[in-house]
Design a protein around this ligand. Structure first.
Ligand code: TYM
Length: 331
């Protein structure tokens, strides 16, 4: 049985990018693997949430994990900060990670560009903590979206380095994983290539959005003035609509609008109506379950407590082994 580890930062509600890049795979993978799925609250501290927002966001993701189909009886679902052993592993790994290699990470460089007044050390060491999350349970596979690929390469580098330095094969080299195909990147409704909360709220469809909200957002999505001649390449915004459709609609529906585009008879209003209907049909059961679970505080707390206990057991085993390999011995 493979061991699977992954997490999502609690920075608000989960959107379709999180779902198709990560959560959908969590749900499939829980059936036949030993899975650890957590809420990366330590990681979310790089953006300085208020204490109230942090707690609310963590609860929302717990609710959304379960509403979307994660089963606490099958997978270990936990909050990262409930397993502080990850901080020790992160510290130990960091001794063999070089500042230069962290400064060259694409996500770090982007953060420096976007938030020059908050380039904190947590941003620089982010990939080390992420590697610790993964190696803490000695994962084989890590279901993530395309944007996390470089972080996974670093995780493998750090694991391999540790094995080499201490002359053993303790860590396996985990791979970024998408069920049955390439890693995915779901685009935004505003013409951007990645659905992301930090860009524009209206470019995201959240699992917690009601059908009316979804309809409004999709109908307002950016498109263009239509193809002028058959075979004309699609603009990014229109390609995005097709990509979203490929995620939620039937192949026949996608083909229908593809043909309409190719023959220059496409009406984006019709396409958006269909896309909205298909997103709503796909999301409605999750949306309804979210409403039910929001008031089930006792159940949510129980899931988090049980998950924390199981995750701590696994983490303790790794930390014990790593301390011994490094030469930290008890007197
Ligand atoms: P985060 O919280 O930004 O995103 C969570 C997951 O959602 C995926 N994702 C997307 N996939 C496809 N299209 C999109 N538009 C899109 N937007 C987000 C991300 O690829 C990710 O899989 N560093 C991680 C959290 C993390 C983690 C870990 C993940 C911390 N420790 C250990 C795996 C293993 C992050 O910030 O993801």
């Amino acid at each position: 049985m493979d061991r699977v580890v992954s997490g999502i930062r609690p920075t608000g509600y989960l959107h379709l990018g999180n779902y198709f890049g990560a959560l959908r795979n969590f749900i499939k993978m829980q059936e036949e693997n030993e899975c650890f799925f957590f809420i990366a609250d330590y990681h979310s501290l790089t953006t300085h949430p208020t204490p109230q927002d942090l707690h609310t966001n963590v609860k929302n993701i717990l609710v959304e994990y379960i509403a979307a189909g994660l089963d606490p009886e099958k997978a270990t679902i936990y909050v990262q900060s409930d397993v502080p052993q990850v901080c020790e592993l992160s510290l130990l790994l960091s001794m063999n990670v070089y500042v230069g290699e962290l400064q060259r990470v694409a996500s770090f460089k982007e953060k420096v560009r976007r938030q020059p007044d908050n380039v904190n050390a947590g941003l620089l060491t982010y990939p080390v903590l992420m590697a610790a999350d993964i190696l803490l349970h000695r994962a084989d596979k890590v279901p993530v979206g395309k944007d996390q690929e470089q972080h996974l390469e670093l995780t493998r580098d750090f694991a391999q380095r540790f094995n080499r330095i201490y002359k053993n094969e303790y860590f396996k080299l985990p791979v970024a994983y998408n069920f049955g195909s390439e890693l995915v990147k779901i685009p935004g409704l505003d013409g951007s290539t990645k659905m992301s909360k930090s860009d524009n709220e209206n470019s995201c469809i959240y699992l917690a959005d009601s059908p009316e909200v979804i309809r409004k957002k999709v109908m307002k999505a950016v498109s263009d003035s239509g193809p002028a001649a058959p075979g004309e390449p699609k603009s990014q915004a229109v390609e995005n609509l097709f990509q979203l459709m490929r995620a939620v609609s039937s192949p026949d529906t996608v083909q229908y609008f593809e043909d309409q585009y190719q023959s220059c008879s496409i009406r984006y209003g019709d396409m958006k109506k269909q896309l909205a209907a298909d997103i709503i049909a796909f999301n409605s059961p999750v949306f309804e379950r979210i409403q039910e679970l929001r008031s089930m505080d006792d159940y949510i707390s129980k899931v988090a407590r049980q998950g924390a206990e199981k995750a701590r057991e696994s983490a303790e085993r790794t930390i014990r082994d790593i301390r011994s390999i490094i030469g930290i011995k008890q007197f």
